[in-house]
Ligand binder design. Structure first.
Ligand code: PHE
Length: 362
């Protein structure tokens, strides 16, 4: 008797397996699953009969039925995965883009003013011997604050309106970098002086009004050498302002300031006025702060493993977006980061005209 029962099971298995292999879509496959393994499915009903069998019968039929159920489940899963693959491939095939098709509109893209200004900054500072360095947007407390001489729990950490990330297990919370100054630390810890770098990139602070957005751009500058002094800093920045605004008429002023990582520190403002909706540099009675700077604090040099008795230097950090506003006359920062193609068509730059010092920056 068990022998015929086993033969029946073999027939059942081949029938259901053939059905599974032939299932045309996920709905058909699910119907097969229900009719075989569902509550009232053929296999389930047979399993229910186990209770009525003699112990000897149960000893052969139990494992046989379990094995059948497991093999059918495996076959169902495999067929399901392959049907899902087919569906995905079909969708992908339907959605292919013919990249050789000619453009429908003659509307070439424009370079964002921030990209343009970054390009211009790299060109100006490369001419003064600076190379470009980079660091991550997600920073740790050490590089963003501690090594930059922010004491623990110092209120200066709050004035940065820092976005703190949730801490991973056993780790201190990471931050979205509030300035590009952590690249100073990364550079001093990985390179030997003399150092001359600029570090462009995104920075983040929780702030939102006409001249502040939660993500904006800075360029950091760092020079570390044996005899660098404040005069070099001022000369370098004045040369930069003249080159960037492509005129010698720009008036810049230095104001004493405080940063934990520089001593002495200053902020530099540029004279400007509003003409209608636009912004014009060089005249007027308003000043826009464009950068912070100073001589690198000995504690910072020491935190990076260099000897402050031997090395010194200067650093500066400037707002790229503000520079773009001043140079190209926008009065509101917020549309920089809104997806309005009318704005980019108006303020954008031709991607084919690269900034260079020989033929003019812009
Ligand atoms: N990191 C400062 C800021 O974001 C700018 C700065 C950079 C000041 C380097 C001094 C030196 O405001």
């Amino acid at each position: 008797m068990p022998d015929t029962a086993i033969t029946d099971l073999d027939a059942l298995e081949s029938r259901i397996s053939a059905d599974i292999a032939a299932a045309a879509d996920l709905a058909a496959l699910d119907a097969i699953r229900v009719s075989a393994l569902g509550k009232k499915g053929e296999v389930s009903l047979k399993m229910r009969e186990l209770g009525k069998m003699s112990p000897e019968e149960r000893q052969t039929m139990g494992p046989a039925l379990n094995g059948l159920r497991d093999r059918l489940n495996t076959a169902l899963e495999a067929r399901k995965a392959s049907l899902e693959d087919d569906a995905l491939n079909l969708a992908l095939a339907r959605e292919t883009v013919d990249v050789t098709r000619p453009a429908a509109h003659r509307r070439p893209g424009k370079l964002h003013p921030v990209s343009q200004v970054m390009e211009e900054l790299a060109v100006i500072f490369a001419d003064m011997g600076f190379k470009v360095a980079e660091g991550p947007d997600v920073e740790d407390d050490f590089h963003n604050f501690t090594a930059l001489n922010f004491p623990p729990d110092h209120p200066a950490r709050d004035t940065h309106d820092t976005f703190f990330m949730e801490a991973a297990d056993g780790d201190t919370p990471k931050v979205l970098r509030t300035h590009t100054s952590p690249v100073q630390i990364r550079t001093m810890m990985s390179e030997q002086p003399p150092i001359r770098i600029i570090a462009p990139g995104r920075v983040y602070r929780c702030d939102w009004d006409q001249t502040h957005t939660p993500m904006f751009h800075q360029v950091e500058g760092l020079v570390i050498d044996k005899e660098t002094h404040m005069g070099h800093l001022k000369g370098c920045l004045e040369q930069f302002v003249a080159a960037f605004f492509e005129t010698s008429d720009v008036e810049a002023r230095f104001r004493p300031h405080h940063f934990p990582f520089t001593e002495p520190s200053a902020e530099m403002d540029v004279r400007y006025e509003r003409v209608g909706d636009a912004v014009k540099v060089g005249s007027g009675d308003k000043w826009m702060e464009i950068l912070g700077c100073g001589m690198v604090h000995p504690n910072v040099i020491e935190a990076c493993g260099l000897d402050p008795e031997e090395y010194q230097g200067f650093a500066f950090g400037m707002g790229v977006d503000r520079l773009a506003m001043l140079k190209y006359g926008m009065s509101d920062l917020r549309p920089f980061f809104e997806p309005d193609t009318r704005w980019s068509a108006h303020y954008g730059f031709s991607p084919l005209l690269q900034a260079n010092l020989a033929t003019g920056l812009s």
